[in-house]
Design a protein around this ligand. Structure first.
Ligand code: ADP
Ligand code: ADP
Ligand code: MG
Length: 616
């Protein structure tokens, strides 16, 4: 067994790998960028090496720096985690050439599965059913159009080098094909440096089913059953589970056998995932499940497989990389109960899922009974704009699916993240959706139900009242009216918006200037009403702050304008997303500090809205 290991990654997956290595008595080495100097993965490892600036392409994606760090610390092996260099065959080869152990498959297997078209050709040859479509060399728009016409709409155009849900366009009619092709190729060229595409039949009622496979250097390959990752937003997984709802034993055997055949076809060693797309319009059937792609690494959602099989997949990886045979044979593996994982992201569902950055002043997330939290951050950590905004994976295990959902939902419901925004409230709503609860979810659910899954804008009356009671003595100073002896209406600011709360009974005697209200996975700040505002004040006063560093692309108001709550003020472009800032309440534009084209810093005060009826 190896004695030391360098983890070429960050965040939750680096912490996850370190945990298992520790337990196995393996010395761990972390690498980190400027932004991660104080990160949890750095503190968790036995040693850590600084590898450069915050931008991943200058640190985590620089193979030479990582290999040098391994040499410098005498690490014997490198684990790439997922993302970053994990599916980079050239890097895998350089690690081996440097005399280090690569915790992953042979570079040749990575290459064989790296491009979606070549991988599909290979699978066809191995007798694995693949999604029907066009994989040809001829990339002329005319040829692609005629192939799409022949396949029949809807079709999906996919970048052959695509990943992470990017470089894909669904086309519903022949007339839309040319435009979709152009924009898909543009995105593919800029994201992957390769604009070649393939065309697939768009599967209706699609469900994403994938199979965990594992190979060793002795020629053994097993599967660890399937996962269902059908709850997706923009082709990216949101909630994953194992096993797949509605999967009967015959279908399971068939899809798992196809996965093992796929892995065998590329002499697979280590952890891998074969992704399939299923036409679930009439339930799951073996002859309606097709190979989509292979991910030649540990997958984000591997914990659900660990929870139902009782195996530690990182331990398997380290054993296999050390030359040991697989810890278990196929007939020693079985499914116990149900597991479900939700990806907790630092993002704001109410603002089009805009990534949210800043200091995690509050990060409350408890595993509870039957729960597991895989995270790379602790309270006080800084969420930077440099990396993927996933802050934790929340995992529940139960005797059956309903129990897993109940546990997961309870953990999310009880969580609190502040002032960084998180998607917990959205996840709670998704788990409660009747189609999800009944297991009939397809990949389009979130897009179809979008608004219905939005978490409530306000806390419940009872939560609001309770919080208001605690700060009521201060609100006596402004905007407080007595209606009857013990029934009063008071005005407060809830995340900067005016709210009126009816209070019953006398106010609390121990006043607090503000109070956080946490409910259903969401957090709001409740403050006494303050009439004074003015520059230098904070978001609660009607100051319109830039949510991220970015560029102002449109300004829709001018100083002095009267605006209504929700009215568009200006549009900012940040992290390749357009983001509209609106008036938090009825009022007037007291100040306007932004013009179109201006580059702005995060939290710059772009405008100041003075509430109606207020004389500053
Ligand atoms: P999974 O099915 O495990 O979610 P994905 O291919 O969607 O696999 O991506 C896994 C992780 O790798 C993502 O969470 C993302 O952080 C990271 N990732 C994916 N593509 C890229 C990329 N092009 N650059 C950097 N990180 C990426
Ligand atoms: P990526 O490399 O970005 O993960 P995939 O090929 O795995 O790309 O596809 C990502 C997601 O897109 C799938 O999980 C599924 O939701 C959807 N998808 C892919 N192919 C099809 C298809 N032929 N029909 C319907 N949906 C598809
Ligand atoms: Mg995929």
């Amino acid at each position: 067994m190896m004695k030391s290991l360098l983890i070429a990654n960050r965040g939750e997956i680096a912490c996850r790998i370190i945990r298992t290595a520790r337990r196995m008595g393996i010395r761990t080495v972390a690498v980190y960028s400027d932004a991660d100097a104080n990160a949890l993965h750095v503190r968790s490892a036995d040693e850590a090496v600084h590898i450069g600036p915050s931008a991943a392409r200058e640190s985590y994606l620089v193979g030479e720096k990582i290999i040098a760090a391994a040499k410098q610390t005498g690490a014997e092996a490198i684990h790439p985690g997922y993302g970053f260099l994990s599916e980079n065959a050239e890097f895998a080869q350089s690690v081996m050439d440097a005399g280090l152990i690569w915790v992953g498959p042979n570079p040749a297997s990575i290459t064989a599965m790296g491009l979606k078209d070549a991988a599909k050709e290979r699978m066809i040859a191995a007798g694995v059913p693949v999604t029907p479509g066009y994989l040809g060399e001829d990339q002329s728009p005319d040829r692609l159009q005629s192939e799409a016409d022949a396949i029949g709409y809807p079709v999906l155009i996919k970048a052959v080098a695509g990943g992470g849900g990017k470089g894909m366009r669904r086309v519903d009619a022949a007339d839309d094909f040319a435009d979709a092709l152009t924009s898909c190729k543009r995105e593919a060229a800029s994201s992957f440096g390769d604009d070649r595409v393939l065309i697939e039949k768009y599967i209706l009622s699609p469900r994403h089913i994938e199979v965990q496979v594992f190979g060793d250097t002795h020629g053994n390959i097993v599967h660890l059953f399937e996962r269902d990752c059908s709850l997706q937003r923009r082709h990216q997984k949101v909630i994953e589970e194992a096993p797949a709802p509605g999967m009967d034993e015959r279908t399971r055997e068939s899809v798992c056998a196809a996965a093992v055949a796929a892995a065998k076809a590329v002499d697979y060693v280590g952890a891998g995932t074969i992704e399939f797309i299923a036409d679930a319009s009439e339930g799951l059937h073996a002859d309606r499940i097709w190979f989509m792609e292979m991910n030649t690494r540990l997958q984000v959602e591997h914990p659900v497989t660990e929870e139902i099989t009782g195996q530690d997949l990182v331990e398997w990886q380290l054993r296999v990389a050390s030359g040991e045979p697989l810890p278990k044979q196929q007939d020693e593996l079985s499914i116990n109960g149900w597991a479900m994982e939700a990806r907790l992201y630092a993002e704001d569902p109410a603002k089009g899922f805009l990534p949210s950055t800043g200091r995690l002043d509050i990060f409350h997330l408890e595993p509870g009974e039957g729960g597991r939290i895989d995270t790379g951050v602790t309270e006080g950590a800084e969420i930077s704009p440099f990396y993927d905004p996933m802050i934790a994976k929340v995992i529940a295990h139960g005797a059956d699916r309903a129990e897993a959902i109940a546990h997961l939902s309870a953990m999310l419901d009880d969580s609190a993240v502040w002032p960084v925004k998180a998607n917990a409230g959205f996840l709670v709503k998704a788990l409660a959706h009747p189609d999800f609860a009944s297991g009939t979810v397809d990949t389009g659910l979130i897009a179809r139900e979008g608004d219905a899954l939005m978490p409530p804008e306000l806390p419940s009356d009872s939560a609001l009242t309770q919080a208001a009671m605690a700060i009521v003595p201060q609100s006596l100073q402004a905007g407080f009216r007595l209606n009857a002896q013990d029934r009063r209406t008071a005005r407060f600011l809830l995340d900067g918006q005016a709210v009126e709360v009816t209070l019953h009974g006398p106010g609390a005697t121990d006043p607090a200037p503000s109070m956080l209200v946490a409910e259903g996975g969401q957090v709001w700040r409740l403050e006494p009403w303050r009439a004074e505002g003015g520059p230098g004040g904070h978001a609660g006063d009607g100051a319109i702050l830039a949510p991220m560093p970015g560029r102002v692309i449109a300004v829709d108001v001018k100083a002095g304008d009267t605006v209504a709550k929700g009215q568009k003020l200006l549009t900012l472009e940040a992290m390749k997303m357009e983001h509209t800032l609106t008036a938090p309440f009825d009022g007037t534009v007291a100040e306007l500090n932004a013009s179109a084209g201006a580059q702005v810093e995060v939290e710059a005060v772009l405008a100041l809205i003075e509430p109606q009826g207020d004389k500053a």
